[in-house]
Design a protein around this ligand. Structure first.
Ligand code: FAD
Length: 539
């Protein structure tokens, strides 16, 4: 026979008295509330109708009372279950350790809260979010337990689905060969993948996302804000990252997309506030860049070897002309003497000398006609950092095999000059090769070459210094004269390198000097006028 809740509570005076202790006004008094119901009756009706499954048990979990919601959730009416143990609800899938913890907690007079797998009367499993509180009698001993539970099967499914989706997303982004990271509007990393984590240690630049964001901000300027506001995204932004501890530089390509998510915190509950995130992908394109660089170097080498061939023909012919000039001058002098003597006897000799001179001049003219022009290219805005970078790559093998330590100090954002890339490459190649020669003699202790660029309001400056023996003061002006060399003659170098270098500098309205104040070797200072349009843009 089902007992009414009121009957039940009246019978269990210990419980009523406990409640009375906590709220004497409600449970101790007799005043009627609303339709004449006492607070006591009101309480009982509330428990009966509250939309949460409530059961009251004795100390051994024998069920003494269940409310309507309990019957709805479990499928058991009170007559089916009163007097039975709560374990009737157990699906036997809940690990023993959970029950152990449950009982250990409630027997210590504490409230237990957790999730269990329960079985509905029909056999259907459901997840119960259960709270069990012990009820104490006047002596402070446990007299009963009150259990309250909700069916959270659907909530649990939704939670699990979210977790599964997160795991799926994580496994997809982790399997990507590209480094990926999600950043919030405070530039905080929210999500990343294995490849991104690898970058943290590989690059040694702190948080890689912060490092690349800085580079992107610098490069994109106002465009960044425009794209961010329109959520347009960007791609193929390439950056070179210098290698740490002597390792080679690496190249990365960045792409990004902004997206918005609804805020989840309570403040935004009625506001529908959104938060913006950036998904940034960072692709290592070092291999592709190196291949391109190698191709570029191969092309440069081909062009340079053609230039070199032309240069050596010019040098040989100019050398030959120079050599012929000396006997020709002597012949001219002899001719003048004979003419002066006006001696009939030497008329034949004079004629021969004049013939020799004529054929000599013809030979010189022929040779002069044969001197090939250095391959001309159009004058365009040129960045000397790029030219010097190419030249260093071209001489890489010689630098390395001679154990030369190169310090490359380019000025960031160097203004352009107007010039011919090929000629400028030839010029700096010549100066670099001279510097390598200078530091490569066996008795040179320190093999160091320093190359740098700078700029002022009118000029772009380049300096190339080496720790070789230097050029003595009295020879400094002569080294720019044809066929002057500080090296023994007869080798491949005939003393025309600096002549050609000066010629190229002059063609670019620049200057080339040997720094008189540099005493630790040799330092060439070269300057070129800034390209006017670049000047205008900078101003
Ligand atoms: P049982 O043999 O009943 O118990 C397993 C382990 O629980 C024991 O080894 C022991 O460590 C501990 N244990 C059991 N009874 C006691 C005790 N009287 N004193 C100390 N330790 C004990 N279980 C559910 O699965 N679903 C529920 O919805 C649920 N609601 C509950 C509501 C209340 C108010 C209470 C007091 C308990 C509730 N329980 C519930 C726990 C339930 O009583 C069983 O302990 C549990 O279902 C395990 O049952 P079992 O037959 O597998 O093992």
């Amino acid at each position: 026979m089902k007992k009414s809740p009121l009957q039940f509570l009246r019978e269990h005076t210990a419980m009523a008295s406990v409640l009375g202790e906590f709220a004497p006004d409600l449970f101790g008094g007799t005043a009627n509330v609303n339709s004449g119901a006492t607070p006591y009756q009101l309480f009982v009706e509330t428990v009966e109708q509250v939309p949460i499954a409530i059961s009251i048990t004795d100390k051994k979990a024998k069920i003494l009372y269940v409310n309507e919601e309990f019957s709805k959730i479990t499928g058991y009416q009170s007559e089916d279950i009163l007097g039975k143990n709560e374990s009737m609800l157990s699906d036997k899938h809940t690990p023993r350790s959970v029950y152990y913890d449950l009982w250990h907690t409630i027997r210590s007079k504490k409230v237990w809260h957790g999730s269990l797998c329960n079985r509905h009367k029909s056999g259907q499993r459901y997840i119960a979010d259960l709270t069990i509180a012990p009820m104490l009698n006047e002596q402070g001993e446990i007299s009963h337990y009150i259990g309250m539970h909700r069916d959270i099967t659907l909530v649990n499914e939704a939670d699990k689905r979210v977790i599964n989706q997160k795991l799926l997303i994580e496994s997809v982004i982790n399997s990507s060969p590209i480094a990926m990271v999600v950043i919030d509007d405070q530039n905080k990393v929210i999500l990343d993948n294995h490849n991104y984590k690898a970058l943290v240690s590989d690059l040694d630049k702190g948080e890689p996302a912060a490092y690349f964001l800085n580079l992107l901000h610098e490069e994109m300027g106002d465009e960044w804000v425009k794209l961010q506001n329109n959520e347009q995204g960007f791609n193929n932004r390439e950056f070179k990252v210098e290698g740490k501890a002597g390792r080679r530089a690496r190249w990365f390509s960045c792409a990004g997309n902004w997206f918005k998510e609804n805020e989840v915190h309570a403040d935004a509950f009625f506001d529908n506030a959104e938060k913006q995130y950036l998904i940034l992908t960072i692709t290592d394109i070092t291999r592709q860049r190196r291949q391109l660089e190698e191709l570029h170097i191969q092309t440069l080498k081909t062009i340079m070897s053609e230039d070199e061939r032309v240069r050596s023909i010019r040098e040989t012919l100019l050398g030959a002309i120079h050599q012929i000039h000396m006997p020709m001058n002597q012949i001219r002098a002899a001719e003048q003497i004979l003419k002066h003597k006006n001696d009939e006897q030497n008329a034949g000799l004079l004629q021969i000398l004049q013939q020799i001179q004529q054929s000599g001049e013809e030979a010189i003219a022929t040779m002069q006609n044969c001197i090939p022009e250095i391959f001309q290219t159009a004058e365009i805005p040129v960045n000397l950092n790029q030219i010097l970078h190419d030249v260093l790559l071209l001489s890489d093998q010689r630098i390395w095999s001679n154990g030369v330590e190169v310090h490359w100090q380019p000025l960031a954002a160097l203004p352009n000059i107007l010039g011919s890339e090929n000629r400028l490459r030839l010029l700096f190649s010549q100066l670099l090769e001279n510097a390598i020669d200078a530091v490569s003699s066996p008795d040179t202790v320190e093999r160091r070459i320093k190359i740098g660029t700078a700029a002022d309001a009118d000029l772009v400056h380049v300096y190339i210094e080496d720790s070789g023996p230097g050029i003595p003061e009295e020879k400094r002006s002569k080294v720019f004269e044809p066929f002057y060399t500080t090296r023994p003659m007869g080798g491949q170098k005939a003393g025309m390198g600096l002549v050609i270098a000066k010629e190229i500098v002059n063609q670019h309205q620049g200057f080339i000097d040997i720094d008189p104040n540099y005493d630790q070797g040799c330092r060439f200072k070269i300057g070129f006028p800034l390209h006017r349009q670049t000047l205008g843009r900078l101003a």
